[in-house]
Design a protein around this ligand. Structure first.
Ligand code: CO8
Length: 258
């Protein structure tokens, strides 16, 4: 497996795990780390033996934001010509389901990276926020868009304009987080959840993920049309025949991911 400097990568069965690993900087997201996360996620994505990806950090911090030390000396020209943060699009284009397992700080780019995943599992110690306003900038990796879609305008505005940090409990109530898990159980729970997902048919997971994401990018009518075409297409899969046969034969399905 490829060696990385800023992340750890491992597999557990059909689950790929990417752990952000810059403990001295609370996993601040510098460009090298971004390239590694995207490279590792893509490698898992093209591997059909992987059916779900868990992205996590440490107990103290999922990630405390984009790397302020690296950003502080950048000029407008550097940011614009270098297309700062655009590389993260490589992570959001991954088709394999992704779960963010968040413990501790998920601030700024850290919160935005968690929101790039398909859903967030949070430990009871997780803290979410977009404190960029305190640095004289605004969220730049999707925060103004994904947070607003996730928790609504009023709450997103309040968080982004004040820089206030919210607890895991508040984030769950607001709809940012799928579930809260005790800190000590977070990674195990995330891997168990990912294994459950990875046991489903991979092409059907792709179709489900793509269809849910269309809800954020289209009208209801277009989304419903997309969904209908997507479910119709599943009837071309061996796994649809297997899933329905298994139900009728009162046994567990064995999906071939085809
Ligand atoms: N970048 C770089 N280093 C960081 C970062 C960061 N985002 N966060 C923490 N660190 C470093 C600290 O500098 C410190 O290093 P050192 O030990 O060498 O001094 C180490 O991590 C530990 O941090 P603290 O000592 O500060 O730990 P505390 O427990 O006291 O505080 C906090 C933890 C509250 C998380 C605090 O570190 C903090 O406020 N961090 C910054 C949070 C933040 O503002 N994040 C947003 C960053 S901006 C962003 O993500 C998007 C920018 C979009 C720009 C778009 C432009 C076009």
């Amino acid at each position: 497996m490829t060696e990385y400097d800023n992340i750890l990568v491992e597999r557990r069965g059909r689950v790929g795990i990417i752990t952000l690993n810059r403990p001295k900087a609370l996993n601040a997201l510098n460009e090298a780390l971004m390239r590694e996360v995207v490279q590792a996620a893509r490698a898992f994505d093209i591997d059909t033996d992987i059916g779900a990806i868990v992205l996590t950090g440490s107990e103290r911090a999922f990630a405390a934001g984009a790397d302020i030390t690296e950003m502080s000396s950048k000029s407008y020209q550097d940011a614009y010509v270098g297309n700062m943060f655009a590389g993260w699009d490589g992570f959001t284009s991954v088709r394999t389901p992704t779960i963010a397992a968040v413990s501790g700080y998920a601030l700024g780019g850290g919160c935005e990276l968690a929101m790039m995943c398909d859903f967030i599992l949070a430990s009871d110690t997780a803290k979410f926020g977009q404190p960029e306003i305190n640095l004289g900038v605004i969220p730049g990796m999707g925060g103004t868009q994904r947070l607003t879609r996730a928790i609504g305008k009023a709450k997103a505005m309040e968080l982004i304009l004040t820089g206030r940090i919210m607890s895991a409990e508040e984030a769950e109530h607001a709809g940012l987080v799928a579930r809260i898990v005790p800190a000590a159980e977070l990674l195990d729970d995330a891997i168990t959840t990912a294994s459950l997902i990875a046991g489903k048919s991979l092409p059907v997971l792709y179709a489900a993920k793509e269809s849910v994401n269309v809800a954020f990018e289209s009208t209801l009518a277009e989304g419903l049309r997309f969904e209908r075409r997507a479910i119709q297409a599943t009837f071309g899969l061996h796994d649809q025949a297997e899933g329905m046969a298994a139900f009728m034969q009162k046994r567990e399905p064995v999906f071939s991911h085809s």
